[in-house]
Design a protein around this ligand. Structure first.
Ligand SMILES: [Zn+2]
Length: 155
């Protein structure tokens, strides 16, 4: 329960690169939160670094909040289905983005050229997320691979 509060507090911050003492001391002793916060910080930073324009914080936060909501149960149960569900949510987020009010406002403000860099950033995010899924499910993938090889051998 305490871990959930720490992650929530981290996600509510404006600057993900500085952490209050409460989070600092917690992740010093909690490997799970340390990995999760580290991973989220990397995603946030890559998100901002690849974007040619200053990122709208609210938009990034709402996307990350959706990702977080789906990562949380996945970390606890490590069910591949919740990872896939999160992946589908991110993908639909990418396709629904052009219909987002905030995005439409940004497009009006910066011109139509914004659409292309945003799509690139979203592509980058989904790539990172896919890598995370694959990296954390190496065992399942190997199991599937050997099962497939067995199947092909006998058929
Ligand atoms: Zn923790």
């Amino acid at each position: 329960m305490k871990c959930d509060n720490i992650i929530k507090e981290f996600l509510l911050r404006d600057d993900y690169n500085t952490r209050p003492l409460r989070i600092h001391t917690h992740i010093l002793f909690c490997g799970r939160c340390r990995r999760e916060i580290g991973m989220l910080t990397d995603i946030f930073n890559s998100f901002r670094n690849t974007h040619p324009l200053p990122m709208n914080n609210d938009m990034a936060d709402s996307i990350m909040q959706k990702i977080y909501e789906n990562i949380q149960p996945a970390v606890q149960t490590t069910s591949p289905f919740s990872w896939i569900a999160a992946w589908i949510i991110i993908m639909s987020g990418i396709f629904l983005l052009p219909f987002n009010d905030q995005f439409l406002w940004l497009t009006k403000y910066f011109g139509i050229n914004l659409q292309i860099p945003v799509i690139i950033v979203m592509g980058f995010t989904i790539t990172i997320y896919s890598i995370v899924i694959i990296a954390t499910h190496m065992k399942d993938i190997k199991k599937f691979e050997s099962a497939l090889k067995n199947f092909l051998k006998h058929h």
